[in-house]
Ligand binder design. Structure first.
Ligand code: GLC
Ligand code: CA
Length: 557
């Protein structure tokens, strides 16, 4: 496989609104990010993906962009952005912006012009239809309700796959595509290293639009169904790559949920549309077409199989980007570890298991200190539009208010969006003012200040994982080696080899609170990482304590 500069890096996602507030208005900002770059360097992160900071009404927290060339004043100025790029460069860090081009904001100039003159040039930037012809299709938006919404002041309606303040851009229109490429190149010329590509699989619609069998009493159908029928996205992606990313050797990572069998080679294989894409295989486990309220918890076996299936699918074709959480997901430790058993040892085990899979590890802000879900007490504490929608869905299904909150809170995107916990100071040291979203009350126990430099902390454990992955002596196995499951059938054990050309490492975690024995095929040479300060071994058998995690150097093969 051709080596790329980013293969041996570690990526970190910043959700800027909740990262660090430098001026006391309760909203995290770019100067705040700059002030924390040294921390990110201490951690060992070098690729930094920043969720959207463009001008936006923040109806979907910046994923609704009203100007692709401006920084939202709440996050700072373009001078701040330039300073961030310069400061990152000094530290040999790479900045990724979020590319949100499936849709823009209804407050974007294009949409305003389309409203003023739907038959004019900008009407063609969107999917418009005559109201008089009725609803063109029964697709449900990702945030609930029909994708169709009246275009104010006109006899038209427009399509939005997400919120009604996020009208979809019409990629079939070459003029629109050129506008987008121009913007991408503008940012790349500014010195960013690349992009995370938001909701990118949605840019191709199944045309002509048609109804599909309804999957809920509302008569609508999950948008994923439409995607199954949408062919030809490759033409758009190839064109975008050639006109933008390729010219700048940019790094790109796609948010791709619904790729079709066999597509992975074209997406992220050699000369693929993107450099990498996220593995979401584990995140969707337990989900239900009925809504969050009907989801079931993820077991250790689910998690293991989710990871291994994805690894099998990618093989040596390309590099997945691996996560346990992001700004759209609950906190990984609360989601994947059994309820009531979340402890530092288990957090470290989960960290070590996903981190050493083949691919590029992404850490979401706060994950490195083991931040947990919030125990929301009322729906009034929730800000996120998709959670509010799922709450309604639960009520409509007949749950009481109390039951509905209980059923959905573990899936709320706000679990990941509470302020980063920097210290035990008021509001977790995130702001001197009032944070836009209330901090998790557990910040006294879980914060950076308490963990930095403390032996045995979750943060220091992450630092040791990062250091090992970056150690050039282990590149053969940890970066380029194959991922080969070991004892896959042994319950609540997740173990795999990273097999390089000469090196062989064994990674394993006991995904339960009770001990279990593991039979090795040979003797190990060295323990590289252990999340406990003991190791019980007898001959070729290791007795793993509950939640114990190990990386063993098995020597050459
Ligand atoms: C992506 C983003 C999510 C956003 C949506 C619409 O899934 O990660 O936060 O709401 O796209 O842009
Ligand atoms: Ca601020």
């Amino acid at each position: 496989m051709k080596k790329e500069w980013w293969h041996n890096k570690v990526a970190y996602q910043i959700y800027p609104k909740s990262f660090y507030d430098s001026n006391g208005d309760g909203i995290g900002d770019i100067p705040g990010i700059i002030q924390r770059l040294d921390y990110l360097q201490y951690l060992g992160a070098d690729i930094i993906w920043i969720s959207p900071i463009y001008r936006s009404p923040l109806a979907d927290q910046g994923y609704d962009i009203s100007d692709y060339y401006q920084i939202d004043p709440r996050f700072g100025t373009m001078e701040d952005m330039d300073r961030l790029l310069a400061e990152a460069k000094k530290r040999r860090m790479y900045i990724l912006m979020d590319l949100v081009v499936n849709h823009c904001s209804d407050e974007h100039e294009w949409f305003q012009k389309a409203m003023a003159d739907p038959e004019g040039e900008y009407g063609g930037f969107f999917y418009l239809a005559d109201k008089a012809d009725g609803r063109p299709c029964n697709w449900r938006s990702y945030f609930g309700g029909s994708v169709w919404e009246p275009l104010p002041g006109t006899d038209k309606q427009y399509l939005h796959m997400f919120h009604k303040k996020q009208p979809d851009l019409n990629w079939e229109n070459p003029k629109l595509r050129q506008e987008i490429y121009k913007n991408i190149n503008w940012w790349l010329e500014k010195g960013i290293a690349g992009f995370r590509l938001d909701a990118i699989i949605n840019i191709k619609k199944a045309l002509p639009m048609a109804d599909y069998p309804a999957d809920r009493p509302d008569g609508l159908v999950n948008p994923g169904e439409m995607l199954k029928h949408a062919d030809g996205i490759g033409d758009f992606l190839k064109e975008m790559r050639d006109e933008t990313f390729k010219r700048h050797h940019a790094f790109t990572v796609g948010e791709v949920f619904n790729d079709k069998p066999g597509e992975i080679q074209a997406f992220i294989g050699e000369d693929g549309y993107f450099s990498s894409m996220f593995d979401f295989n584990e995140t969707v486990i337990g989900g239900s077409p009925k809504g969050w309220y009907d989801s079931r918890p993820v077991t250790a076996e689910d998690y293991k199989n989710g990871c291994f299936d994805a690894q099998e699918k990618i093989g040596q074709t390309g590099f997945y980007s691996n996560i346990i959480e992001n700004h759209d997901e609950p906190r990984g430790v609360s989601h994947y570890l059994p309820k009531g058993q979340v402890c530092d040892a288990a957090k470290k085990m989960l960290a070590g298991l996903y981190f050493m899979l083949r691919g590029l590890p992404f850490i979401y802000q706060g994950q490195e200190i083991g931040m947990e879900n919030v125990d929301f007490q009322s729906i009034g504490q929730i800000d996120d539009i998709s959670t509010l929608e799922e709450y309604q869905v639960a009520l409509e299904a007949g749950l009481t208010e109390k039951e509905a909150l209980e059923a959905i809170k573990g899936y709320s995107r706000d679990n990941a969006r509470t302020p980063m916990q920097w210290s035990g100071r008021p509001h977790a040291g995130f702001t001197d003012g009032t944070p836009w979203l209330k901090e998790n009350p557990n910040y006294g126990a879980i914060n950076v200040k308490e963990q930095a430099g403390r032996k045995g902390s979750v943060l220091e454990f992450y630092r040791s994982l990062i250091a090992l992955r970056k150690d050039p002596r282990y590149e053969d196995s940890l970066i380029y080696g194959a991922c080969i499951p070991y004892l896959r059938g042994q319950k609540n054990l997740m173990a795999y080899f990273r097999m390089g050309e000469t090196q062989k490492l064994l990674i394993m975690g006991n995904f339960q609170e009770h001990p279990q024995n593991v039979e090795l095929l040979g003797n190990y040479k060295k323990v590289l990482i252990n999340n406990m300060d003991f190791l019980e071994a007898k001959g070729k058998e290791i007795r793993l304590a509950g939640w114990q995690y190990l990386i063993l150097d098995m020597g050459e093969h």
